[in-house]
Design a protein around this ligand. Structure first.
Ligand code: ADP
Ligand code: MN
Ligand code: MN
Ligand code: MN
Length: 371
């Protein structure tokens, strides 16, 4: 059976003593950013003299980009530009978590900073009041490199009883899911819900609906909370879109989308228009739906195990084997939203939502570049 990491075995009661010490007027602020892999998160903490009341009161900072795959050693200082602030569920009020954009020495966005372009696209379509909700699937791994709770040799019983399952033989690692849910609520993440997934030790949480750029900001911070909580329990949450080969489900980042028009009476016609446009740019979307230009999704989008083909676009009502699914209720009410099932679990939501906006609302022929 999987083992927990060494640091998670520290005596947490001893830790509690220090965590309860008063900290005066000072405030701990943890800066969070996306590293040079476009997948990994980094963070470091500093003290401010008082609690910041809004994001403008949090100063820019910097870090050594040569240690995060973000710059050459000879020109290594990178800027951290605070973009949004959350309550810190680990050290509690008044301490903060702050998501940052990364700029290079010349103050242009770092290669893996896709927020600025995304924001620009979102600002151009403000009148559409676009909402996004993203489903984040992930898989828990033990420190032995096997999915958490899986036998060391061999495999658990086949998929079937695990999705939304209950019972010690079906729900593996629920402590993490419940702690993450509470931490999200405390921090101010618009978490929509959670459920156990089809593969044992695989789970999902959803964020949204959020307007425009907020979905990606929130999802990145929700991912940070997940990784940080897993640290306390000594397990690892991987966002790999196909952590286990064979008849085991992969992990996606289903992206649900609606505009004001789609949500209003008769909105289905606008959903159909968007799907028509998406059908013409399938390959371009696949390129930015995982951090490796489609290579990760090649392992996941195989046309079965609730996925569509990576090479062919498809859409359908209530069809979980299609690229785009229109939920049954939306088909019945003739208004609502659609679900793009193609993004991988390790996608960058800035790239995914930008691509959707450009294709569906900006009629942008310009290729959505991965950097
Ligand atoms: P599924 O049936 O695909 O598993 P979930 O219940 O896991 O769906 O997730 C539904 C997602 O859809 C949530 O993230 C929610 O925020 C989002 N959502 C709900 N209504 C809308 C809407 N009108 N526009 C965009 N997203 C929406
Ligand atoms: Mn879901
Ligand atoms: Mn799911
Ligand atoms: Mn879904």
């Amino acid at each position: 059976m999987s083992t927990a990491s060494i640091s998670s075995c520290f005596n947490k009661t001893v830790r509690e003593h220090y965590m309860r010490l008063p900290q005066g007027d000072k405030c701990q602020v943890t800066y969070i950013w996306i590293d040079g892999t476009g997948e990994g998160l980094r963070n470091k903490t500093r003290t401010l003299d008082s609690e910041p009341k809004n994001i403008d009161e949090i100063p820019e900072w910097n870090f050594d980009g040569s240690s995060t795959n973000q710059s050459e050693g000879s020109n290594s200082d990178m800027y951290l530009i605070p973009v949004c602030m959350f309550r810190d569920p680990f050290t509690l009020d008044p301490n903060k978590l702050v998501l940052c954009e990364v700029l290079k020495y010349n103050r242009l966005p770092a290669e893996t900073n896709h927020r600025m372009k995304c924001k620009k696209a979102m600002d151009q379509v403000k009148e559409h009041e676009i909402w996004f909700g993203i489903e984040q699937e992930y898989t828990l791994f033990g420190s032995d490199g096997r999915p958490f709770g899986w036998p060391k040799n061999g495999f658990p019983a086949p998929q079937g009883p695990y999705y939304c399952g209950v019972g010690a033989d079906k729900a593996i690692g629920r402590d993490i899911v419940e702690c993450h849910y509470k931490a999200c609520l405390y921090a101010g993440i618009k978490i929509f819900g959670t459920n156990a997934e089809v593969m044992p030790a695989q789970w999902e949480f959803q964020v949204g609906p959020c307007v425009g750029i907020e979905i990606a900001d929130q999802l990145w911070v929700a991912r940070f909370l997940l990784h940080r909580i897993c640290e306390d329990f000594g397990v690892i949450a991987t966002l790999d879109p196909k952590p286990m080969k064979g008849s085991w489900n992969g992990a996606g980042g289903h992206t649900n989308v609606s505009t004001k028009q789609m949500r209003e009476e008769g909105g289905l016609q606008y959903i159909e228009k968007a799907i028509e446009k998406l059908s013409k740019r399938h390959a371009e979307h696949i390129k930015v739906y995982d951090p490796h230009g489609g290579q990760d999704n090649l392992r996941r989008l195989i046309g079965h195990l609730e996925t569509s083909s990576i090479t062919e676009f498809s859409a359908g009502i209530a069809n979980r084997g299609a690229s785009i699914r229109v939920p049954r209720q939306v088909g019945q009410e003739k208004k609502g939203y659609f679900e793009d099932r193609r993004p991988a679990a390790n996608c960058d939501p800035y790239l995914v939502t930008e691509a959707i906006v450009r294709t569906c609302l900006l009629d942008d022929d310009q290729e959505v570049k991965s950097n």
